[in-house]
Structures are given as structure tokens and as C-alpha cells.
Design a protein. Structure first.
Length: 119
């Protein structure tokens, strides 16, 4: 019910755009968020957007570089990632749920998409 795409390999300073398309029960969720899991690390919050009013929140580590947006007509959410750094390397997941940065509270998860940033 959540389809994520757009990952790939890029050099430091480059850009990527991730997409996540929602369907089914995910429509009833309040928000859609991006999380990531880097090798050997725990899953961490990246960004979140409210379906209703488009309010956004970002992790400090990505503020000013990443932008989350939504297209209600397409039931899609995007994560534009600019000025990528090697430490952004991770598997990125989209999730639908309440407006919270806590991954445990999200009910729906998409398959991850791998982002690799080389120095």
C-alpha cells in the first residue's frame, strides 16, 4: 500500500528525489513520513508531512537540504534530497500514520529504497 522509489547512487553534493505512492487504508492516515536506517544504526526519523495542511517537520541533520512535499491528487509524497553527504547513505522508508517522529507509532510501511552517497 506504500510504494517507494527513487533511490540510487550519487556522489557527495548531488541530489536525488524519492517518491512514495499511497493506496488503500493509508489514505486515512494523518501524515506520511520518511525514515532511514544506515548500516549498523537504528532507524531514524528524516521528515514528515501532514496530509491535511502540508505542515512539515525535519530532522536537524537534513534541515536545509531535504524537502518533503505532497501531491494529493496523485496520493504521493516526495523527498527532494540536495547536497547529499556520505552520512546520508541508508535505506529510506516511507511510512503512514499519526503526526509523530516515533517510528513505532506508524502503521504502514513501504519497502525501503537504498540511497548510496560516495565521497
Amino acid at each position: 500500500q506504500l510504494q517507494a522509489s527513487g533511490g540510487g547512487s550519487v556522489q557527495a553534493g548531488g541530489s536525488l528525489r524519492l517518491s512514495c505512492t499511497a493506496s488503500g487504508r493509508t489514505f486515512r492516515s494523518d501524515a506520511l513520513a520518511w525514515f532511514r536506517r544506515a548500516p549498523g544504526k537504528n532507524r531514524e526519523f528524516v521528515a514528515i508531512i501532514s496530509w491535511s495542511d502540508g505542515s512539515t517537520w525535519y530532522a536537524d541533520s537534513v534541515k536545509g537540504r531535504f524537502t518533503i512535499s505532497r501531491d494529493i491528487a496523485k496520493n504521493a509524497v516526495y523527498l527532494q534530497m540536495n547536497s547529499l553527504k556520505p552520512e546520508d547513505t541508508a535505506v529510506y522508508y516511507c511510512a503512514a500514520g499519526p503526526v509523530t517522529t516515533s517510528p513505532q507509532r506508524y502503521n504502514y510501511w513501504g519497502r525501503g529504497t537504498l540511497v548510496t552517497v560516495s565521497s
